[in-house]
Design a protein around this ligand. Sequence first.
Ligand code: ATP
Ligand code: MG
Length: 579
Amino acid sequence: MRIKPIFGSLKGYYKETFLAPLLVILETLLFSQIPFIIAKLIDNGINASNKDYIIQTGLQLLFITFVMAIFGVLAGLFAARGAAGFSKNLRHNLFYTIENYSFSNLDKFSSSSLIVRLTTDVQRLQNVYQMSVRGAFRALSSIFFSIYMSYIISPRLSLAFLFAVPISAILLLVIIKLAFPRFDKVFKEIDNLNRIVKENLDGSRVVKAYVQSDYEIKKFKEKSSKLEKLYISAYKLMVSVMPIMLMCVFAITIVIVFFGSKMVINSTLTTGELVSLVSYTSMALFGLIMFSAVFVMAIVSAPSVKRIVDVLEESVDIKDKKDSIKEILNSDIEYKDVSFSYLKRDDKLCLENINLKIKEGESIGIIGSTGSSKTTLVNLIPRLYDVQSGSITIGSVDVRDYNIKILRDSISYALQKSVLFSGTIKENLLWGNENASDEQIVEMCKIAQIHDFIMSLEGGYEYKIERGGVNVSGGQRQRLSIARALLKSPKILILDDSTSAVDMSTEAKINKELKDKLPKTTKIIIAQRISSIENCDNIIVLDEGKIVGEGKHDFLLKSNAIYQEVYYTQKKEVSDASI
Ligand SMILES: Nc1ncnc2c1ncn2[C@@H]1O[C@H](COP(=O)(O)OP(=O)(O)OP(=O)(O)O)[C@@H](O)[C@H]1O
Ligand SMILES: [Mg+2]
């Protein structure tokens, strides 16, 4: 498992990451002296009834504990500061990486999974950081110093540690190796559960409309119980860690007390020394237990590391070239033999050999049945996805040669599913162009036929849109999205089914305004209704990812079977509706 990308987030907090363990080691070093000093106190002070020595040693112990306390507090402060900074950096890095993702990168991760990675997983690593810089170093230095001091007191008795420590370390490793796959499953299931919750909450209105609450509750319960079982199975293994560690340490204590008392009787060891050896055993016990706790935590968090690294290392497939072109001279668009597959497979093409020319200022309509790849076709222009083969040029330059920001800034795209953010109407519109003046905003809203509606709202342009735009209707949301797209003053305007929820007469007004007020903007209009595009300069009929017809309305109506069928079906629907 790769963890190197995580270390990048330590930047700016190296000092804390270095000082916290150093202070912990110094604190433990001082702590390890205490049993040794007490041993002397017993042998030279208490057993020899030397009051001065007792007082002197007492003061020495007081001083040591005071310094230890200072080291401990400082280590805690550095660790907390380092952990908070590390997780802040990690969150920033993740967010920045995700913001740079292309659509195909985003297709790989569900949004609920990304949320868990940015929150729970980062929090977990923050805890691991804090536990590691203090706990792990305290544990390891406790083990090391206790063995070292035992060795100084009695090299023979300290041999007991040489057996016990490697045995317990091997046992720990075995348990961890077994536990890892189980925790991996737990995290995958948490992702699943989050996905279900998110989908359910996002679609709660649909769930209620279809009276599917019971079904959703059942589905949630099943996943939740599965998670419970997986958790228990993973922790079943981990619960054995502590008893095993305790067993090892008690075994050492018995060995030391058994042989140590014999040595005291033979006068090869003093009472004080035996007492201190038992203390060192407890210190080693403390070290091992703490080490296993840190290790368990690290294991539990290992899948989080993997999940974060997966996001950080996902290679962003749509990037700027080195000498990218920063100016778009004209907005003639040309598709040359373009093929595309979401799966990057030649046998699963969504678009096949598309050849198309769109002149600057022209309006082009795209029509075709649902799933015929209309959205896919236009997604390739702002490079939301890149072509599989062939090329798309704007002003005779391949879109892949442009600077992405410049390219996307000159294209406005009202997405098929219009999204508004919580905030005022004006804030939502300024999102298209933060420097737009009030006059410009009003002008664009008039073109999008939404100005009158906005003025009828309480507060007008200051009216607050709720999260997801729930307090405006579908058609109003679409028109606001069109106005937002227009505010960018784009060279190319793409409207993907953006007037599907707008009534036909309003739609006709929008189209007329677009034609009159934006003569230089190239307009690409995807629609289901022929009435939305019949006045376009050119119309493309798409079927299963191929262009099966191209021309003006009258021409297609005479020559194209699919176009005729759509036209007459819709005409019939309109006349049926008016009866
Ligand atoms: N992100 C994606 N990953 C994989 N396949 C996709 C993705 N988006 C669309 N597709 C598939 O590509 C095909 C074309 O989809 P597209 O959205 O371009 O159709 P469309 O003509 O815009 O349809 P609609 O009129 O319903 O909007 C469909 O078969 C769809 O399932
Ligand atoms: Mg579409």
